[in-house]
Design a protein around this ligand. Sequence first.
Ligand SMILES: C[S@@+](CC[C@H](N)C(=O)[O-])C[C@H]1O[C@@H](n2cnc3c(N)ncnc32)[C@H](O)[C@@H]1O
Length: 319
Amino acid sequence: MSETHIPVLRNEILDFIKPKPEGVYVDATIGLGGHSHWILKKSQPSGRLIGIDRDVNALAIAKKRLLPFKDRLKLVHGNFAQLQRILESQGISKVDGILMDLGVSSLQLDSPERGFSFQHSGPLDMRMDTQMSISAYQIINESSSERLTKIFKEYGEERFSKQITQQIISVRDEQQISTTKQLAEIIEKVYSRYTKRSKKSPQKGKGIHPATRVFQSLRIEVNSELKNLTLGLESAIPVLKFGGSVCVISFHSLEDRIVKHTFRKHAKSCICPPNTPVCICEHKKSLDIVTNRPMMPLTSEIEANPRSRSAKLRVAIKV
Ligand SMILES: C[S@@+](CC[C@H](N)C(=O)[O-])C[C@H]1O[C@@H](n2cnc3c(N)ncnc32)[C@H](O)[C@@H]1O
């Protein structure tokens, strides 16, 4: 099991956050504390950091790893969708910088018992917060075929959504699907049947394991990742001090789209529909976008840490 997670785009994040001794920072996805370590180090001797994660195991490792900074660190088990409320509970109203490094950590991916990966056999789980009641097991075994197809299509952009759903339903009639291995085998079977016959143009991302998209879509559904991201961003912007930055690292296009649109909305001074004669929205510009196009890791970073290959960083500053 991996207890280290190489922080993606670390130098870029530090350049944007600019940690300083009097600063207060939020790592909304502290994971194993990789980015936080550097923010705390660069904001010595008195910069403070609030580290949030849904995963209690990650928090326990971050706590150990960040022990030298314990007097300046507050760890919170929670969902960044409630960022504003979490900060209020800590008596904090404004902060100098916020980081969201989305997705799963190496700890989650490499722990078979968490059920995130098709590369290890484990229970079908995928809950970031193990106190939640719905896991991938319930979704796979209890959802209607319409719902399964929708999840695979919308969150995985899976071209064989219908066929995979049909195969799941027919296996489900005989036995419960309870492991990641079982599910991966069902998907592989569908792929080997249809990719031999299919004359369709190759799917974007061809070359990846056939189970990648379905596993991604299930993880998004189990953890309500897209809804949380929207709520988390809306909750982050009001708590930033003027000049403070919000940095978001995403790992797939659905997340990146939400970040892009949310930043653009808050960078406008009016969001009335086009052709509205007089502005009635009362919307106020609150962000300046720093990265018109997302920043991506350099080849050297991808070589050193292949998991960083799909990372995209967007940054905006409170105005
Ligand atoms: C990619 S890892 C972060 C790694 C971290 N930056 C590091 O360097 O160690 C993402 C983390 O975000 C957490 N997470 C995902 N969605 C969350 C949410 N809505 N609220 C809080 N934590 C979340 C996951 O549990 C996971 O530990």
